[in-house]
Write a protein that binds this ligand. Structure first.
Ligand code: FSO
Ligand code: SF4
Length: 542
């Protein structure tokens, strides 16, 4: 196997024996094969669009298949076998439709003519032969750009799937996914064309995140500042993790009146701020921290656990208590259909629950764009009178590496006249720190999940408009941590928006060659994090 798509990749270069994430070589091969099949499907879907053939099933399937290959989503070989076979079936149907409409259906690329092996072992062998879904004959810098591109497409597919679940779709997004995967078969594209496609990925991701924002706020309302208890109540309990608010909503409805408290874990924390979710009395509090601590935290949870999206880890110590839904999978873990949470509830009722109440303090959530913009006058006045000197967006993913202490230290050391905006699971390094306020504005503002990066962009744009300057001229610095491919897509969006001087850590992606890094540094002044002291001094000009 060879996989280098996430930040924790082995030796900083690539996982070759098994994934540091727990991915086995057979699943790695099946994921490669699925993307190969998606490339084939995309060739026909892209050709179909030229002659007016747009197929909703193909669109939705593409997102689901690609999202399944993201880090920490699906570890179950059987599910990939199903997806690969489904992909080939859908491709054959689409090919016929496109041919009937007079579109091009003669492609020389192997992906367009892919025939899957009939058994799992055969599929694994095919996947091993194919490897990464890039052009292995291209020069290394082009391969590097293709990898950035594919990982960006994976992020888009994930956000598009989330948005579609909430009823928000735009064919521009699906069209780009198909155009993008089809482009990987084009050997004529040079460095500049690939750089263009990579930036286009950022543009399309922005639109995708806008759709997701509309989906979440349209269905569940705009988040409002909300205090979330970190302790628990005596009684039966369910812990829900991942990012899917629709699943949480369905779970809350189905557990109502059953004497079960629902707790959030990881990226679900910001859900407490949504009016249509917080109205449920049994939606009590937050339990635990970020995804990489789940083995310890889940093992100690006295109720049932539901994983709605990434990041899942090996659940061997609590196999009977954990359930997956949607695209998440782990061999041997009971998988329930979205919205069909009966088995989860049954398990929660059979487990002891918390024996007594415990107060562990609280945190505040709900500072998404609407809330922040509603106090824009105060914020602007604070900046003008010098009470607020700087804004830091300390955002992104968490992970197991010790280097991630940088982010907690950075927040602790940030001067008292600065405001920290945060989003995604990286916040668990500092989410419970009491940083005080500046003239009634909390110094630590939780914008939401990584899925809410659109909100952060909107806040930055609104501030720039208020001060009649560009985002790069604001007293705002972005200090980001990345882990998986949604973060790659967000980073590409920030580059597409022309945002400069981003500090990125804890380490730079393994799939970026020195030449490509050079382009990023020259055009966007992107820099690796150093130490909190050094970076703070450089940012604040001390
Ligand atoms: Fe974290 Fe995992 Fe939200 Fe990622 S839970 S690491 S970028 O999947 O999605 O921030
Ligand atoms: Fe390795 Fe990350 Fe790939 Fe898992 S997702 S195999 S840890 S590079």
């Amino acid at each position: 196997m060879f996989c280098n798509q996430c930040e924790q990749t082995a030796k900083g270069t690539g996982c070759t024996v098994a994934g540091v994430c727990g991915k086995k070589p057979d699943v790695a091969a099946l994921q490669d094969l699925l993307l190969h099949a998606v490339k084939g499907l995309s060739l026909y879907a892209h050709a179909g669009r030229q002659v007016g053939v747009v197929d909703p099933e193909v669109n939705r399937f593409t997102c689901k298949a690609v999202f399944s290959t993201l880090t920490n989503v699906d570890f179950d070989p059987a599910r990939f076998q199903e997806l690969i076979n489904q992909c080939v079936e859908i491709t054959a149907q689409l090919k016929e439709k496109v041919a009937r409409a007079g579109g091009n259906v003669s492609f020389a690329d192997a992906a367009a003519n892919f025939r899957p092996a009939t058994d799992l072992a055969g599929l694994v062998k095919q996947g091993e032969e194919i490897g990464l879904v890039i052009d292995h004959d291209a020069e290394t810098d082009i391969q590097s750009l293709q990898q950035i591109f594919v990982y960006g497409l994976k992020g888009i597919a994930a956000y598009a799937d989330h948005a579609a679940i909430l009823g928000q779709e735009d064919d521009k997004v699906y069209g780009f996914l198909h155009e993008g995967f089809a482009a990987l078969t084009n050997k004529e594209l040079g460095l500049n064309e690939w750089i263009g496609l990579v930036l286009k990925c950022g543009e399309i991701n922005l639109r995708t995140m806008e759709l997701l924002d509309a989906g979440n706020t349209g269905k569940f309302g705009h988040p409002v500042p909300t205090e979330v208890p970190l302790g628990h109540k005596q009684g039966k309990c369910i812990l829900i993790s991942g990012h899917d608010l629709q699943d949480l909503h369905d779970l809350l409805k189905q557990t109502e009146g059953k004497g079960i408290y629902v707790y959030t874990h990881g990226e679900m924390l910001p859900a407490h701020g949504y009016p249509e979710l917080k109205k449920y009395k049994h939606f009590y509090g937050h339990y635990g921290t970020a995804w990489q601590n789940q083995k310890k935290e889940f093992a100690a949870f006295p109720g049932a656990i539901l994983m709605t999206t990434n990041c899942i880890q090996d659940p061997k110590d609590y196999m009977d208590n954990i359930f997956t839904t949607g695209l998440v999978g782990w061999p041997g873990v009971q998988h329930v259909k979205n919205g069909d949470f009966g088995p989860v509830i049954e398990r929660a009722l059979a487990l002891p629950g918390f024996a007594s109440d415990e107060d562990k303090g609280s945190v505040m959530v709900g500072f998404a764009r609407n809330t922040v913009m509603s106090v824009a006058d105060k914020v602007i006045a604070g900046v003008k009178n010098g009470d607020i000197k700087h804004f830091f967006l300390v955002a992104g993913c968490d992970g197991a590496k010790p280097g991630r202490n940088y982010y907690s230290e950075f927040v602790e050391k940030a001067p008292k006249d600065s405001i920290i905006l945060t989003l995604a699971c990286g916040k668990f390094r500092f989410f419970d720190k009491k940083l005080g306020d500046i003239g009634g504005i909390p110094r630590l503002l939780d914008i939401g999940q990584c899925n809410d990066a659109y909100s952060a962009v909107q806040i930055a744009v609104a501030l720039a408009n208020a001060f009649e300057c560009g985002v790069n001229d604001l007293p705002l610095s972005l200090v980001l941590s990345w882990y998986e491919q949604k973060a790659v897509a967000i980073l590409l969006t920030l580059l597409y928006l022309g945002i400069k001087n981003i500090r990125l850590g804890p380490s730079l992606p393994a799939f970026i060659t020195p030449n490509v890094l050079d382009v990023l540094v020259k055009n966007f002044a992107i820099k690796p994090i150093t130490t909190p002291d050094e970076d703070l001094a450089a940012i604040l000009g001390q």
